[in-house]
Design a protein around this ligand. Sequence first.
Ligand SMILES: C[S@@+](CC[C@H](N)C(=O)[O-])C[C@H]1O[C@@H](n2cnc3c(N)ncnc32)[C@H](O)[C@@H]1O
Length: 336
Amino acid sequence: MAPQPMVSGGVYDHHSDYQLRGAISEIELVESLAAKLAVGEELDGAVIADYGCAQGRVTNLLIGHAIERIRADHLEAALTVLHNDLLSNDWTTFLKHLSASDSYLSIPGGPITPLISAISFYEPVAPPHIVDLGLSFAAAQWLASPGPADAGTALYFDQLDGAARERMADQAHADWTTFLRRRADELAAGGRLVINLMGVPDGGTAAGHDAWEMVRAICVELAGEGLLDPADLARYVIPIYERTEEEVRRPFAERGSASASSWTTCRSLRWRTPRPSRTERTETPPSSPAISPRSSGPSARPASRRASPRAAQRSRNCTSASSPDSKLMLTRSPSR
Ligand SMILES: C[S@@+](CC[C@H](N)C(=O)[O-])C[C@H]1O[C@@H](n2cnc3c(N)ncnc32)[C@H](O)[C@@H]1O
């Protein structure tokens, strides 16, 4: 059972309203960080990066808002937008979003240059120190590799027990540390990063718990009927790990770690990820930390609080009620 490429044809886009609502709930935050670029100064150019952009629905929305906010102060600034996802992503659908009439490319003003960085975000995704505003939505819970290979019928991290669960927790910690180190390398001085990822609330259960219990029961049944090799089932645990708030904070608390020296504070605002409703369980729900740098220059102007027509339109397209709203704010150390 090897991990498969993203299904093509826009399938993720059509089954990710839950994630989209999570992104919509962070529009104001993204706009407020975009507003802090070059406050009171001329801005010649800026680089925006989206880590784990998938097929483009969320990325087009959030980056559109960021660009509109930047344009409000810096109409002619040259903007570069770097979209990152795996080589196996459905880039065809992604490019259709870029060429659609509501693409951020149609926002008036200076030049906007879109770039694709088709490599794992556990590797360098951008040259050092170039990213002014980074986004990563519903992606950083994906690990670099699957979980323990000898885990019986367990398919999801919260179905693991004992040593196997610990091994996956260690793996998730190592990956989170790597993710933070890579992003710290890529951020420009004064750059900001918003991360939204799945998380387990204190004393709560994983957002994916129910869905993966169902999948496991189906797989066990298929194995019983001879339609699935039990050895395949035993050696695959999906590479997703929902971290607790404590686990998210851990790299920042480790004395001498790169995260501790690159990011100075880690302030939790909320850590709560509602489970998706039954109709939403086709993809994974996120919770949301935000990272921003310490040196934001002289008094930043407050961002516009008005929902833009773009957000309002997207909101109307989302009909079901729940949405992820956990949030964590980190501050980037000025030293490198
Ligand atoms: C749940 S989707 C989120 C997509 C989009 N950001 C959103 O909010 O709807 C997770 C995305 O992360 C990508 N991803 C997972 N592991 C990755 C990695 N190591 N490097 C880059 N992208 C990765 C997946 O390919 C997928 O497109």
